[in-house]
Design a protein around this ligand. Structure first.
Ligand SMILES: [Zn+2]
Length: 489
């Protein structure tokens, strides 16, 4: 195992270390502080990056600043058998996020689009990889995610005159009457590219109307209306405020997760979360952000699928107490949560991470304990790995492939989050290998078939043209020559 030192990102939407607005302080700041890092009270602590991405590389503790990426390059066997699937790098980037104000309305490109965007604007799109991601709430967490079902959008276009004003009657009616993806795409495109002055006027009118309803007390505001007021307070008159009516509002409790495939619009709104993604930082933004917007690319690339996202509640792992796994339909990663409660001594305080065919990274969120190598790997890594590491809040540990680990808690308990390659990737790899053998077999099969067919045709031709005898003598000469060549001299 290796202990890692991981960088925090101080993005403006992050939480301050001491918290604000009645909320507790930033989880990211607590992890940085726990690991012995310095925390500045005036700064927001938005993200902790635990991986190899060049925009925030983890460093191996006890070295002169050697990054995990360069350590892996020097010790590629640490990746196990994943290189043919993902190349010579960690396939996933593991993060913790502390969200105080909303993140941008964004999507992540698929591989083909990522390659095009990176080639065209490498300063904005820093890598050529796709970025499927999964967000697991560790406190109450809110997000906008994917397009609302058809009936919900038609209702919003009817009930929210300010939204209809910007989208326009023609596009709104097309949504209402056809319900097609093309109509949804057209209406969303008109909204997102509308004149900012027109948007600002509509948002101000909407705010006044909602505040009047709030004040009058005739009815309570809906969750979406309350969100719209909050978003407008954070990003005044931004088009992202109106776009909230197009997107599903998702509220998760601690322990629930959503995952996002390529080209699905979303915006995290508030809460603390563990996040895992393919190793990439490609974000296409279109609202609720002071950063660069790439609205045309976003609107063109979205899938325009409708309906609420799937919510994962995690599955217990048979034979491994205290362990829950979150497995999204992506090859690059899955995440496990090991939560040994306080004073669990009478129930057992140990659990095991079995040897994984790929690398793993884990972070300790709370509690204290120790991680032990159970059987140090037999290869040349064993001499350079730590055999045991003391664990406390903020410990981040890299576990090379094929290395079983024992986790042991003290009476404080131990709360650990673990990222690993999704086992489905190894099944896919076996499938691919199986298909390659099948393809090779069928290629050999077709050659044999063609040979037999050729001989039959030659015989037929010879019979028809009375050349059978000369052909037979040719064959027997050929065979006798072959047998003499085979004889050892
Ligand atoms: Zn995202």
């Amino acid at each position: 195992m290796l202990q890692l030192k991981c960088p925090a990102q101080n993005y403006a939407w992050g939480r301050k270390p001491a918290g604000a607005n009645g909320r507790k302080g930033s989880e990211v700041a607590a992890l940085v502080e726990g690991s012995g890092g310095e925390v500045e009270s005036s700064k927001p602590y938005a993200e902790l990056w635990m991986g190899t991405h060049p925009s925030g590389p983890a460093v191996v503790d006890g070295t002169e600043g050697q990054t995990l990426a360069s350590w892996i390059a020097a010790n590629p066997c640490a990746l196990g058998s994943i290189a043919p699937l993902f190349g010579n790098d960690m396939p996933f980037l593991f993060k913790v996020l502390s969200v105080e104000t909303a993140l941008s309305i964004q999507s992540h490109p698929d591989k083909a689009l990522a390659q095009r965007l990176h080639a065209k604007s490498p300063d904005v799109y820093k890598d050529a990889n796709h970025k499927p991601e999964m967000a697991i709430a560790i406190t109450d967490f809110e997000a906008l995610c994917g397009f609302v079902p058809h009936h919900e959008l038609t209702e919003a276009l009817k009930e929210v005159p300010e939204l209809r004003e910007v989208v326009g009657d023609v596009a709104a009616s097309a949504v209402e009457t056809t319900g097609s993806k093309a109509a949804l795409k057209a209406a969303f495109g008109i909204l997102m590219t509308a004149d900012p002055v027109k948007v600002g006027t509509a948002v101000t009118a909407l705010e006044s109307r909602l505040k009047a309803i709030q004040k009058g007390g005739a009815r309570p505001l809906t969750d979406k209306e309350e969100l719209v007021l909050r978003l407008n307070a954070q990003y005044p008159q931004d088009v992202g405020v109106l776009s909230a009516f197009f997107l599903n509002l998702v509220k998760l409790h601690a322990g629930q997760a959503i995952y996002l495939a390529a080209n699905v619009p979303h915006a995290y709104i508030s809460g603390e979360l563990v996040e895992c993604m393919a190793t990439s930082d490609n974000v296409i933004r279109a609202g609720l952000t002071p950063k660069l917007r790439d609205t045309a690319v976003l609107c063109e690339s979205l899938t325009y699928e409708r309906g609420p996202p799937t919510i994962l509640n995690g599955n217990a792992v048979p034979g491994r107490p205290w362990t829950t796994v979150y497995s999204p339909p992506f090859d690059e990663f899955e995440v496990e949560h090991v939560s040994i409660p306080e004073k669990a001594r009478f129930q057992g305080i140990q659990t095991f991470l079995p040897a994984n065919p790929g690398p793993q990274v884990f972070v300790v969120r709370a509690g204290t304990g120790q991680a032990y190598l159970r059987n140090p790997p037999s290869d040349n890594l064993s001499s350079i790995l730590h055999k045991d590491i003391k664990l406390h809040t903020g410990s981040v540990v890299f576990v090379p492939a094929k290395t079983p680990v024992k986790l042991e808690a003290t009476d404080d308990g131990l709360d650990v989050w673990i990222a690993a390659v999704n086992p489905q990737a190894f099944q896919d790899a076996r499938l691919m290998a199986g298909k390659a053998v099948e393809a090779a077999e069928s290629a050999v099969g077709s050659w044999l078939l063609m040979l037999v067919l050729g001989v039959v045709l030659a015989l037929l031709w010879a019979k028809l043209t009375n050349n059978l005898e000369p052909l037979q003598s040719h064959f027997s000469k050929l065979l006798s020559h072959a047998s003499t060549v085979k004889q050892p001299t």
